[in-house]
Design a protein around this ligand. Structure first.
Ligand code: ADP
Ligand code: MG
Ligand code: MG
Length: 252
């Protein structure tokens, strides 16, 4: 089964330390949620794990099935089974959605073992149907002119097609109306498996009504300061973050 272990992760942006020692262990089958106020480093954690060049990792390890992702190139991390649904997906004019997806899938396969076009199209269309996406999105340029909600569905489509071992979903719920939220959540739930772990970054408890996490972590000022079960998310929704700060003596 999949096993992902982050230890002592520190990362900086332009010499400013944002992540100040993150420890987190995710096993296959588990869903972990990270909540926290704006600007505490949630997206930085996701980007540092993916290997975004803007973020300098200064300490720590992130072992996926025993291999340290932090020592790998970006494409190797994806091939190792890490996936990130971005908070702000980029638009890539000139590359169609389906071309992008097919090359992403083939990049993770051995040479000579590429997915056949027919099989690819069949799979993509069936996943798009599940996500209630119009199949015309296959031929549109990646994210170009997509609405916020369409971008988020498209990120989930990528996840469903790539079948990662660890999926990080960064604010996948932002900009979604309730119907779209349910569709996206159903897509995530359909992907739950013993071989796959999830890290769901969210601002709001709302998403966690549809995707039940096993663990909820609170991130503040670049650290995970508190962990618990789903009841922790509910308390944060009801009471905000001040009580956590008081409990831990955190001063802004
Ligand atoms: P969150 O996702 O929790 O809202 P972020 O990880 O996006 O927080 O940001 C953490 C901190 O890092 C913030 O102070 C933010 O301003 C800063 N930051 C994030 N990305 C950049 C960047 N590309 N350049 C400079 N500062 C950044
Ligand atoms: Mg934010
Ligand atoms: Mg963020």
């Amino acid at each position: 089964a999949t096993h992902f272990k982050i230890e002592g992760l520190r990362a900086a942006i332009e010499d400013k330390e944002i992540l100040k020692g993150i420890d987190l262990e995710i096993k296959g089958g588990e869903i972990h949620a990270i909540m926290g106020p704006n600007g505490t480093g949630k997206s930085t954690l996701a980007s540092a794990l993916m290997g975004h060049p803007k973020y300098e990792v200064t300490a720590g390890t992130a072992l996926l099935d025993g291999e340290n992702l932090l020592e790998m190139e970006v494409d190797e991390r994806a091939r190792a089974g890490l996936f990130l649904a971005m908070q702000y997906p980029s638009e890539i004019p000139g590359v169609t959605n389906s071309d992008f997806l097919r090359s992403a899938i083939n990049a993770r396969r051995e040479e000579g073992n590429e997915i056949s076009l027919i099989k690819f199209i069949r799979q993509m269309e069936s996943k798009m149907k599940e996500l209630e996406m119009n199949t015309e999105f296959a031929h549109r340029y990646l994210n170009e002119g997509f609405s916020g909600g369409e971008k988020k569905r498209n990120e989930i489509l990528q996840m469903m097609m790539l079948e990662p071992k660890i999926a990080i979903l960064d604010e996948i719920d932002s900009g979604l109306d309730i119907d779209a939220l349910k569709i996206v959540a159903a897509g995530v739930n359909s992907m739950r498996s013993e071989d796959r772990g999830f890290l769901i970054i969210t601002h709001y408890q709302r998403l966690l009504n549809y995707i039940t996490p096993d663990y909820v972590h609170v991130m503040m000022q670049g650290r995970i300061v508190k962990s618990g079960g789903p009841e922790l998310a509910q308390r944060l929704e009801d009471e905000g973050y001040d009580w956590v700060k008081e409990e831990l003596g955190i001063v802004d």
